[in-house]
Design a protein around this ligand. Structure first.
Ligand code: HEM
Length: 211
């Protein structure tokens, strides 16, 4: 069904549009972006991202034997080293003993650890990496504007080898479309991306209760 298989990037975008608006307007994110919280709240968000990206990048390694998954793996997207670098700056050299991972972050990571096929992998990688290259860039600017941060602590949002997000995102969408998913796989990818957004929203809600 070529008409459908061509459309994964569009399908992911439309099936998560509402979920995106919900995630983006969660109280914690709105307050963080509006300058109502502090660097400590941002640091807590950064900490929660560690288990999530460890799981995502474990999934890339676990599924890299699949030629289709390999078309979505870009070394320049790898985020765990940047997160560790940020945590060291934000919490100090003993950061590992200082961060307090929420159950919601563990649940999100656990879901990623369970995935074992191309549609689910594509959904999770799309949700985070394209998000980091999109709204993530706005988050970085807001943290600098409101909380006086420089570049340190924000390495997560800086893609050293991707100077311009737009052309990279276009290539990524082409790769999604090139996976050649069947109609059934396309549906699964859309549902999994919605789940990924929900897991993010639950995490933000838990962060909102803490801050
Ligand atoms: C501070 C909150 C957020 C803001 C301001 C924001 C903003 C944006 C903007 C402006 C775009 C469009 C970029 C473009 O057209 O190239 C975008 C796309 C995207 N965002 Fe967000 N976003 C936020 C939160 C999130 C969250 C929490 C996630 C998921 C965890 C996410 C995932 C995505 C994805 C996957 C896209 C790509 C959509 C597509 O083109 O298919 N965003 N975001």
């Amino acid at each position: 069904m070529p008409a459908q298989t061509d459309a994964l990037s569009a399908h992911l975008r439309t099936s998560t549009r509402t979920a995106h608006d919900t995630a983006e307007t969660t109280g914690f994110i709105t307050r963080l972006m509006g300058g109502e919280l502090g660097v400590d709240a941002y640091a807590d968000l950064a900490a929660q991202q560690l288990p999530v990206y460890e799981a995502l990048e474990r999934a890339s390694a676990r599924l890299s034997g699949d030629a289709r998954v390999r078309t979505l793996i870009f070394d320049e997207l790898t985020r765990t080293p940047s997160i560790r670098q940020d945590l060291e700056f934000l919490f100090g050299p003993e950061w590992n003993g200082s961060i307090d991972i929420l159950d919601e972050a563990r649940a999100y990571a656990q879901r990623i650890d369970e995935i074992n096929d191309v549609p689910e992998y594509a959904a999770h990688a799309y949700t985070r990496y394209l998000g980091d290259l999109s709204g993530g860039q706005i988050i970085k600017r807001m943290m600098q504007r409101h909380y006086g941060m420089g570049d340190e602590g924000l390495a997560f949002y800086h893609f050293e080898e991707i100077p311009k997000p737009k052309p990279f995102k276009d290539i990524y969408r082409e790769r999604l479309d090139g996976l050649g998913l069947t109609g059934e796989e396309l549906d699964r990818a859309g549902r999994e991306a919605q789940l990924a957004f929900e897991l993010n929203t639950k995490l933000f809600t838990a962060l909102g209760a803490r801050h």
